[in-house]
Ligand binder design. Sequence first.
Ligand code: AKG
Ligand code: FE2
Length: 310
Amino acid sequence: MPGISTQYGPEVQYVSNTTPLEDIIYLLKRDGAVFVRNLISPEDVDKAHEDIKDRLENDEEWDGNFFPKETKRAPSMIARSPTFTKTQVMNPLFQAVCDHFLTTRSWFWWGENRKESVSKPQVTSTTAMKIGPGGKAQPLHRDDYINHNYHTEVSEWDDERDANRETAIGLMVAGCKVTKENGGTQFIPRSHLWGTDRKTPPSTSDCVFAEMEKGDALIIFSSVYHGGGNNTTTDEHRLMFSTFAIRGYLRQEENQYLAVPADKVKQYDRATQKFIGYAISDPACGYVEELDPIYTLYPEELKNVKPTDF
Ligand SMILES: O=C(O)CCC(=O)C(=O)O
Ligand SMILES: [Fe+2]
């Protein structure tokens, strides 16, 4: 049987939503990004948009060049849209990809014992971004500069060496038809393999453009050079939703404990609450009163629970 590598052409791939996880993982290791068609239903995308319309329209203009003044944003999406949270943040494919690349496994001496710890990924930011006509492209950047992540230059992915290479992964979902003309995300394929210390800055001439239908998704390593594109239209708005996840022991970009009020967190199931940050990152990050932070939501479950070793 031919291997995965012979099934795909050399360019960044658009795959169907039934593609096996191992193929998606292969393509991410190879290119740093992959498009998945029809990952989210157009109805769920529209509902998520509905939930944040007011926040988007009333957004403050950004001061600086990271976002053009034409871009409206809606942060704190987990507080604002249960539909977004259930269908995008907790999307099973995105969760499986994050689990694969962002789970950290380490071992330590603890006296004479060899102790192993597994830290699971968590959400780090959730934003909707609507680029208006005339909006200029963002500077190309790596989102993992937020995590002070320095990369060494490599020619291709190596599972053992690169197990901890990525700190974060994004799921970008098209909220409308996204084109090069209306500001589709531009990114440099395979730039996740680049060293931080390259002498020349990333160039838009190396970029490809996200061209997507509503509900299509772009899964992208945060080390890939990218940015929102130029909106050269006179009448189109480009809406994209983004969810990023990071390793469990790193600080969240968008502070979920303050961005999402506890009563909103309580409306979600336990898996979602954990992903929001209501869990210990093993061995010992995130406790409250030396216990799992989930008990701040459910103090009635505290009976017979004792603080214990990490
Ligand atoms: O709007 C986009 O397509 C990308 C946005 C982005 O890269 C960012 O906000 O960090
Ligand atoms: Fe970015």
